[in-house]
Design a protein around this ligand. Sequence first.
Ligand code: NAD
Ligand code: APR
Length: 293
Amino acid sequence: GYNSIPAFHKKLLESKRILAVCGAGLSAASGLPTFRGAGGLWRNHNATDLATPDAFEDDPGFVWLFYAYRRHMALTVKPNPGHYALAALAEKNPDFLCLSQNVDNLHVRAKHPPSQLRLLHGSLFDIKCSNTPKCEYIERNNTADPFCPALSAASEDVEPGQTLPLLDPKHELAHIPASELPKCPECKTGIQRPGVVWFYEPLDKDMLDEIEAWINEDVVDMVLVVGTSSVVHPAAGYAERTRTKGKTSIVTVNMELDTQSKRKMREGDFFFIGDAAVLLPQLLEPVIGKLEV
Ligand code: NAD
Ligand code: APR
């Protein structure tokens, strides 16, 4: 059956080249909201409406508050056993490549080997210039919370682990003018912006080429599709594109069995319904052993 763990384990042990495509559901158990489920709203805005160049141009202070909130949340939570299981699989299997749409830095904090991890949508902790791609400024791993003085104004006297008042989704905030946001230290004209990929923006070309080359190099035995609604491209297309006749097993790990993936399932595919943080350590155990976290 499509949800037989013994049958999955057999296929896993026969698999050499494995690809994973992860989404927000992987980090749900760590306490970060997903985009399209409950909690996908921030101050009555759809997260997907705020993640656009237009939204940033209209009101960069508002979009920065949304990202400062997400940075703060991501710093407050920890990687879960799902992240650790994928990192352990990478340690055991050099032919495993993990693609993630998550920008929360939890794969990195779980010590996933960097050469076996591609962050499709960038990172909340990279800072770019809004004149990108003209200005190539990038600062990596900036974990200042809450990032800049304008955002910290109402955030003093907060106990560790508490949400900064200004970033509280229920806070009635003062407007932050663009002039109070930090400028790019290189070109001195653009406002600094989160180093994430927004809708309508291209993904990093070199990274896409590398992924393409990896997929085309040889038959991929298994694709793990973890905690993603598979609606945003190119991430949503990798599993089907990687299929080779009768060889590739597509394994979905998701809280819900949606009709789209059900329709696409073929013989040899698997679908495990539940929390990725619980299921991944269990599913990968024959290769990674009992996970100690
Ligand atoms: P698309 O899916 O082809 O996206 C273009 C590129 O942007 C893709 O390569 C995608 O991976 C990438 N991308 C950019 N920002 C991203 C982000 N924050 N998260 C993930 N991926 C990102 O086409 P599209 O026009 O961007 O739309 C994708 C879907 O999202 C559509 O169904 C669209 O209706 C919806 N969407 C809605 C809104 C809105 O309601 N305002 C905004 C953006 C996208
Ligand atoms: N374990 C496994 N799956 C889960 C869990 C969990 N604990 N909790 C939720 N899910 C599933 C949901 O059923 C859903 O299918 O995770 C999926 C989350 O989907 P989305 O919220 O759409 O997130 P994602 O697929 O990562 O979104 C793609 O869209 O807005 C952009 O930049 C954003 O990278 C993101 C992209």
